[in-house]
Design a protein around this ligand. Structure first.
Ligand SMILES: Nc1nc2c(c(=O)[nH]1)N[C@H]1C(S)=C(S)[C@@H](COP(=O)(O)O)O[C@H]1N2
Ligand SMILES: [Mo]
Length: 245
């Protein structure tokens, strides 16, 4: 652990608790501070909780690194996705005018957005790195609607703790806590390096979460749910739920 994070931890009392009474105490402290990750496969280990809590305390107000335009990767690597489904092909044939993003759950006004609706909302851009857990990465400019703006439009309720999002590609979904959901770099992206987001990178609509590993940036999203808890199946998976970088 570097001296800075150690000092930060000590100042929050977490490391002291971990040293004095073991990780379980730190986990209880983290729970008290609203810093528990959702249960993974039914239960979490104190170590997982401490990692999440420590990173949350240290990175709460930080931005993922942003790059200059001349640092954009000349050949961004699209992770091979499965072939287009019939539903995708139908939507694509209609220039995605029938693509819909439904936002519901713990909100005052559930809403359904077309691509045109989303493109008419104020856009933000960031030039950030997409980092795959397998070790490769690329830098691109992502443009879209801040998720926070959409959450504001639908009136996310105060008890909301997580945002879950789903893809038209079966088996692909993701979820983040409100800290990442309201973060200014978290975008519902429709534009990639200045052009329509291509299929390979998740077009027409992709959740982009630059503060976490690539697998949290789910492609082809059509559904968002605002919730106060996540189901075990939404947390468990091949990858760790929290993928902060
Ligand atoms: N719907 C969907 N989203 C996805 C994936 C996928 O296969 N399907 N792969 C994930 C993984 S593991 C990574 S690293 C990134 C890859 O993004 P890229 O294709 O833009 O390189 O997308 C993520 N989002
Ligand atoms: Mo990945």
């Amino acid at each position: 652990m570097n001296p800075l994070s150690r000092r930060k931890l000590i100042s929050t009392g977490l490391a002291t608790a971990a040293g004095a009474a073991g990780l379980a105490t730190a986990a209880r402290l983290a729970d008290h501070a609203g810093l528990m990750p959702p249960p993974q496969g039914g239960f979490y280990t104190p170590g997982d909780s401490l990692t999440y809590a420590a990173q949350r305390l240290l990175t709460r107000h930080t931005l993922a690194r942003e790059f200059r335009r001349d640092q954009i990767s000349p050949k961004p690597f699209p992770n091979p996705t499965s072939p287009k489904s019939d539903e995708y092909k139908r939507l694509e044939a209609g220039s995605f005018t029938d693509w819909r993003l439904t936002v519901e759950g713990l909100v005052e006004r559930p809403m359904t957005f077309s691509l045109a609706d989303l493109k008419s909302l104020p856009a933000r851009s960031n030039i950030t790195s997409l980092v795959c857990e397998e070790g490769w990465s690329y830098i691109a400019e992502w443009t879209g609607v801040p998720l926070s703006l959409v959450l504001e439009r639908v009136g996310a309720l105060p008890q909301a703790r997580y945002v879950a999002y789903y893809s038209i590609q079966q088996g692909w979904d993701g979820s983040i806590d409100m800290d990442d959901a309201l973060h200014p770099q978290t975008l519902i992206t429709h534009t990639f390096n200045g052009a329509d987001l291509p299929y390979g990178h998740g077009g027409p609509l992709r959740m982009r979460v630059p503060r976490q590993l690539g697998y949290k940036s789910v492609k082809f999203i059509n559904h968002i749910r605002v919730v106060d808890h996540l189901k075990p199946a939404e947390v468990a998976g091949d990858y760790s739920w929290y993928a902060g970088i």
